[in-house]
Design a protein around this ligand. Structure first.
Ligand SMILES: *Cc1c(COP(=O)(O)O)cnc(C)c1O
Length: 468
């Protein structure tokens, strides 16, 4: 499989190249040159497969010969062996024709584990084949950093440094990063905000000699390999509810648009998906776009669902490229205009085309709390604030009562104890294997808000591990 950039002027790469590159050299995002698909008979043959086996089958056409099929199957098997549920991604019925698919049974209790656990192992495979190493550096305010650390801990060819703003993360989220011990991990608390952390990461990547010396790489959600690993659970849910012989719809709580883009890809591959409902909190740029073609940036306001506190959804560019007929120059021009003006000018015909598939939905914090309370009262189900937005979106915007709708449940409620207690009066205990999280020792270094200090720490980590 060959990959091209959404902006049309970066080198064509294979899957391994895309995995290591992340962003394309022209500033665009990589996408497959052609979309693979499965026939109805091929979908039917996947019904009832164990999840890791299904995942390997669905991912295989995107990976091509970068990873042999047997190796891919061992990678997905190992990736999901650490999940805390025998079904990996259990489907829970909440109402007539309304389901939640739980994507949060991995080691960090959020859906980022679904892709990250596969990604860490893909890195190992591809780097071993090339006899190379990488240093991953990233900034996090929440789920991505802990999922990346869990996925990379102890990997032979990867060093990883994750920056978080000192004293400004939730205790659960920080401890999920800082209590992991392995010689290839470095947690760095920056004396600054999350934006300061991101600026430091950007300046390290902008320093070309340093980037080459360190073999810097990223695992943020623009990495195509992450999208690939998020397609299979849409297939699993649809097949369980009757596809390919029955249509389904999905509702997805959305931030960077990676998760719902994976659902769109599953549809593009021939899965009968009648509608994709995009859920947002009060940071509602996607809902405004889908209802009124108004993609205009406003300040990000904190909410009960912090992983969706985003204004510019980086993966949207992939969908834009498709909506513009895969015209890289046109995509680059729209993105340049967006950056310059804070408003994305999407031609009306392209916007109407997207409206045939996507529905936008936004819920503020008070309504999110009310939805968590209602669900608990009526069904006993405890949905975290992100998942509750997905479930509310599924109820509000389902296309047809005859079409089952599946809401993606993206985080375990125990990650958000205050919000859950406020809505339900219930304490949500951490699952058994994380029950001692608050007794474990934390490891992190506090560094000033200065790229040179972080560069020094990274050089020390990489130097020690490359020396063996
Ligand atoms: C990352 C995240 C999201 C948003 O996913 P995107 O792929 O960025 O749209 C939603 N919920 C939770 C709990 C997350 O961690």
């Amino acid at each position: 499989m060959r990959y091209i950039s959404t902006r049309g002027s970066a080198p064509v790469l294979d899957f391994a190249g895309v995995l290591l590159a992340g962003l394309a050299e022209d500033g665009g995002l990589y996408l497959p040159e052609t979309w693979p698909g499965f026939s109805p008979g091929e979908w039917r043959a996947m019904r009832g497969l164990p999840y890791p086996e299904l995942a390997a089958r669905v991912m295989a056409p995107f990976i091509g010969d970068a990873v042999p099929p047997d190796t891919l199957r061992s990678i997905t098997t190992a990736a999901y062996a650490g999940f805390n549920h025998p079904a990996t991604v259990p489907l829970v019925q909440l109402d007539r024709g309304l389901f939640a698919m739980e994507l949060f049974h991995g080691p960090t209790l959020a859906f980022k584990d679904m892709a990250m656990q596969v990604l860490g192992r893909l890195f190992d495979h591809v780097l071993t084949a090339r006899d190379a190493r990488v240093a991953i550096v990233g900034a996090t305010s929440g789920d991505t950093g802990s999922a990346a650390i869990e996925a990379c801990a102890g990997r032979a060819r990867v060093d990883i440094a994750i920056l978080h703003p000192h004293g400004r993360t939730s205790d659960v989220q920080r401890r999920q990063m800082t209590t992991v011990t392995a010689p290839n991990i470095r947690n760095i608390a920056i004396e600054g905000t999350f934006d300061d952390c991101q600026d430091i990461v950007k300046s390290l990547f902008a320093d070309a000699p340093f980037r080459r010396e360190m073999h810097l790489s990223a695992v943020n959600s623009i990495n195509w390999a992450r999208i690939t690993a998020q397609i299979p659970y849409y297939v699993a849910a649809a097949l369980a509810l009757g596809a390919p012989d029955r249509e389904v719809a999905f509702a997805v709580p959305t931030g960077n648009f990676g998760n719902v883009l994976a659902a769109w890809v599953a549809r593009r591959m021939g899965l009968p998906v009648a509608r994709l409902i995009v859920g947002s909190n009060h940071n509602d740029i996607l809902a405004r776009f889908l209802t009124a073609n108004d993609m205009s940036v406003r300040p990000v306001l904190p909410s009960l669902s912090p992983s969706m506190d985003i204004q510019v959804s980086s993966n949207f560019e992939r969908l834009l490229f498709e909506a513009l007929g895969r015209d890289g120059a046109a995509t680059a021009a729209v993105m340049a205009g967006f950056r310059a003006t804070g408003r994305m000018a999407v031609p009306d015909a392209a916007w109407r085309g997207l409206g045939g598939v996507f529905t936008g939905f936004a819920l503020d914090d008070a309504a999110t709390t009310a939805e968590i309370a209602r669900l608990y009262r009526e069904t006993g189900y405890l949905a975290d604030p992100h998942s509750a937005i997905g479930i509310a979106a599924a109820r509000a915007a389902r296309p047809d009562p005859a079409i089952p709708v599946i809401a993606m449940a993206t985080a375990h409620p125990a990650k958000f104890p205050e919000a859950m207690r406020a809505a339900t009066g219930q304490d949500c205990p951490l699952p058994p294997r994380l029950a001692d999280l608050f007794d474990r020792a934390e490891h992190f270094d506090v560094l000033p808000n200065d790229p040179a200090a972080v560069a020094g720490a990274l050089r020390a980590l990489v130097g020690r591990n490359r020396a063996g």
